[in-house]
Design a protein around this ligand. Structure first.
Ligand code: ADP
Ligand code: MG
Length: 191
C-alpha cells in the first residue's frame, strides 16, 4: 500500500516529463527537462531501494524460490549494463565455466537484483579497464565472482559497506552519487 502511495505520483511526474520531451523545446528547456528526467530516475531508484529494505525488515518478507538458470540472469544483467559500460569506455565481459550449475533453486527476481547491484557497482566504480562476471561451481554450490579494475575497497571499508546507507567514504557520494543501500539489500536477500 505504501509503495503504491509513493510510486504513483512519481510515475505521473515521469509520464509528464516524457510528454514534455516530445513537445517543441528550445535548448535551455531541453536541458532542464533532461535534468528533471535524471533526478526523477534517481528518486525512483532511491524509493525502490528504501521500499525493498523496509520489506526485508518487515516480518512478512519471504523469498519465492523457483528453478532458474543463473546463466540467463547473468546475460540479462550484462545486457542491461553494457551501454553504460560502453559509454564509460570500459569492457564488461561474462564467463561461464563449463561445470557451473545451470539450474539452481532461487528467487529469480532477487537473484537478478543482487547481480544487478554487484555488477552495477563494478561498472560505476571503474573508470578504465574492465569488469568480469564469472559463474563457476564450488562443491555443490554456485560461485559468482564480479571483479573490476576500478577504485577498489580498502580493508576498513569492507566491514562497513554492507550496512544500510553506508558508503566507503564521504567522497563517494560527491563523485559517484548513490545511497549506500545496494549492498545491504544484496546481503539481506542472500539465503
Ligand atoms: N565494485 C566496487 N568498487 C569500489 N567500491 C565499491 C564497489 N562496490 C561497492 N563499493 C563501495 O561500497 C559502497 C556501498 O555500495 P552500495 O551499497 O551499492 O551503495 P552505492 O552504490 O549507492 O554507493 C559504495 O558506496 C562504495 O564505497
Ligand atoms: Mg550500488
Amino acid at each position: 500500500m505504501i509503495s503504491h502511495e509513493i510510486r504513483t505520483p512519481l510515475n505521473s511526474v515521469m509520464g509528464l516529463i516524457d510528454t514534455l520531451n516530445t513537445s517543441a523545446l528550445d535548448n535551455d528547456q531541453s536541458e532542464w527537462v533532461r535534468q528533471m528526467d535524471q533526478s526523477a530516475q534517481l528518486l525512483l531508484t532511491i524509493i525502490n531501494d528504501v521500499l525493498d529494505l523496509s520489506k526485508i525488515e518487515s516480518d512478512e518478507f519471504k523469498l519465492d524460490p523457483e528453478s532458474i538458470n543463473p546463466c540467463d540472469s547473468v546475460t540479462t544483467v550484462v545486457n542491461q549494463l553494457l551501454e553504460t559500460a560502453r559509454q564509460k569506455g570500459i569492457l564488461l565481459k561474462s564467463h561461464i565455466d563449463e561445470d557451473a550449475p545451470n539450474l539452481i533453486y532461487q528467487d529469480g527476481n532477487r537473484f537478478t537484483q543482487i547481480l544487478f547491484n554487484l555488477v552495477g557497482n563494478a561498472v560505476k566504480f571503474t573508470e578504465e579497464g574492465e569488469v568480469n562476471v564469472t559463474l563457476s561451481r564450488m562443491g555443490p554450490n554456485l560461485q559468482l565472482v564480479v571483479d573490476d579494475t576500478g577504485i577498489g575497497i580498502c580493508e576498513e571499508s569492507k566491514k562497513l559497506i554492507f550496512k544500510p546507507f553506508t558508503q566507503a567514504d564521504g567522497s563517494i557520494t560527491r563523485r559517484y552519487g548513490g545511497t549506500g543501500l545496494g549492498l545491504s539489500i544484496c546481503k539481506n536477500w542472500s539465503p
